[in-house]
Design a protein around this ligand. Structure first.
Ligand SMILES: *Cc1c(COP(=O)(O)O)cnc(C)c1O
Length: 415
């Protein structure tokens, strides 16, 4: 069979991968915490990893396993684990794989809470060098003998800097270090981080994957690119028969099981449903984003627009190479100095002032005084975040309605 299109695969994924009971097209929500073994040898074998079975739902359960299969297919991985939130996926994985004395090269353009978590890792003796991941030279310069990996986001928010995935992937492969990519902003079919030699792909399922603003979740996928035999932190107990599973096994035991940020089965069901329309929603919101970015770019009350789809974006060509179906649906912009961003936001009728992204609805947020409130002015400047910047997560509304809302609000504050 020829390779099917993206949405064809998504709408049939649950049925094909998980063969739900009774011929259902959805895996049902299964809430059992414990699992009975009729033969006591079964639970012994399960504990010893000689047999795959659900034992206790903090580590694995049927509904979550079904979603993991679907996400693993989506990213082309050798293993995927779900967590209660995107932050849980990131923090549990890094705690599971790192030791005091290790060094990481980390993007200086990061989601605020991820950045805050890297500050916590420093308190645990892990060394972090923040660097400009749009520039491979700076990544290479940050390398040290104890460097365990590079961590970046495909496209950063709010300023939409595009990481040089191609060059960083090459570099990590040469050095045998982990390439960890947060693909929340550009999930498939937009960006396949595996194609750029990512070792681990992180995703906040809360955003585009679920898409409807009604469920939290996170995931990490091992793409199979990384050779875990070259990774000194794998514990002997997790060097299982299949070498490709060493990393995900340690993340499952030390990260998911011991830290315990498990995805709820109800949440897995909601996320799986949202995923069916991922391709359709992304296509629509990206079309809206490009039109809105162009409108704002030409408006006299707007001084600057940051969107990778605009020809004058600093990494426009990199984005064109790395993103296969558009430029994402996050943009940010600065109003001219004499317009108060708060007054502007209060004039919006359709667009919601809220901190979230990847939703069906268009959302706006003043970023400096909210998500970057804990950072110093100097740090914000390094991230490219200006004081009156507004971030927009573009939704799937009809384009004309969306542009009209911006036009009306800009008109109201200018007069
Ligand atoms: C939202 C977000 C996260 C964290 O995800 P949660 O599900 O909210 O914990 C991580 N990375 C990026 C890029 C995000 O946008």
């Amino acid at each position: 069979m020829t390779k099917q299109g993206f949405t064809t695969r998504q709408v049939h994924a649950d049925r094909m991968l998980n063969t739900p009971e009774h011929g259902g097209v959805h895996t049902s929500t299964s809430n059992s915490v414990l699992f009975e073994f009729k033969d006591a040898q079964g639970i012994i074998d399960a504990f010893q990893g000689k047999r795959a079975a659900h034992v206790y739902s903090r580590s694995s359960s049927p509904s979550v396993a079904a979603l993991q299969n679907m996400l693993n297919q989506l990213e082309g991985g050798v293993g995927t684990l779900c967590f209660s939130t995107g932050m849980a996926a990131i923090s549990s994985t890094l705690f599971a794989l790192l030791k005091a004395g290790d060094h990481l090269i980390v993007s200086q353009y990061l989601f605020g809470n991820t950045r805050s978590f890297f500050e916590t890792l420093k308190d645990f003796g892990i060394h972090v060098t923040y660097t400009d991941v749009t520039d491979i030279e700076q990544v290479v310069e940050a390398y040290q003998p104890n460097t365990k990996g590079v961590y970046c986001e495909t496209v950063a928010n709010p300023v939409t800097q595009v990481s040089d995935l191609h060059a960083i992937g090459q570099f990590c492969e040469e050095k045998h270090i982990l390439f960890m990519v947060d693909n929340t902003m550009t999930p498939p079919p937009l960006c396949y981080a595996k194609d750029y030699k990512a070792s681990l792909i992180f995703c906040s399922l809360t955003k585009y994957i679920a898409g409807h603003g009604n469920v939290l979740g996170g995931a990490v996928t091992d793409t199979g690119h990384f050779n875990w035999e070259k990774y000194s932190n794998i514990k002997p107990a997790y060097k299982v028969a299949d070498k490709a599973q060493w990393g995900i096994t340690q993340i499952k035991k030390k990260g998911l099981r011991d830290l315990g940020a498990t995805l709820a089965p109800e949440s897995a069901t909601a996320i799986a449903l949202g995923m069916e329309t991922l391709g359709l929603r992304l296509q629509r919101s990206q079309q809206n984003a490009l039109k809105l970015a162009t409108f704002l770019d030409n408006h006299h009350s707007v001084s600057e627009v940051f969107y990778p789809g605009l020809a004058d974006h600093p990494q426009h060509f990199m984005a064109r190479e790395q993103l296969s179906n558009g430029y994402g649906a996050i943009l940010s912009f600065n109003l001219v100095d004499n317009i108060n961003p708060v007054a502007f936001l209060n004039e919006m009728e359709l667009v919601i002032c809220a901190t979230h992204l990847g939703d069906n609805r268009t959302l706006a947020l003043p970023v400096a005084p909210t998500i970057y409130f804990e950072n110093t002015a100097e740090e914000r400047e390094k991230m490219g975040v200006s004081d009156n910047m507004l971030r927009i997560s573009v939704g799937i509304e009809d384009t004309d309605d969306l542009i009209a809302d911006f036009r009306n609000a800009l008109h109201a504050v200018a007069s």
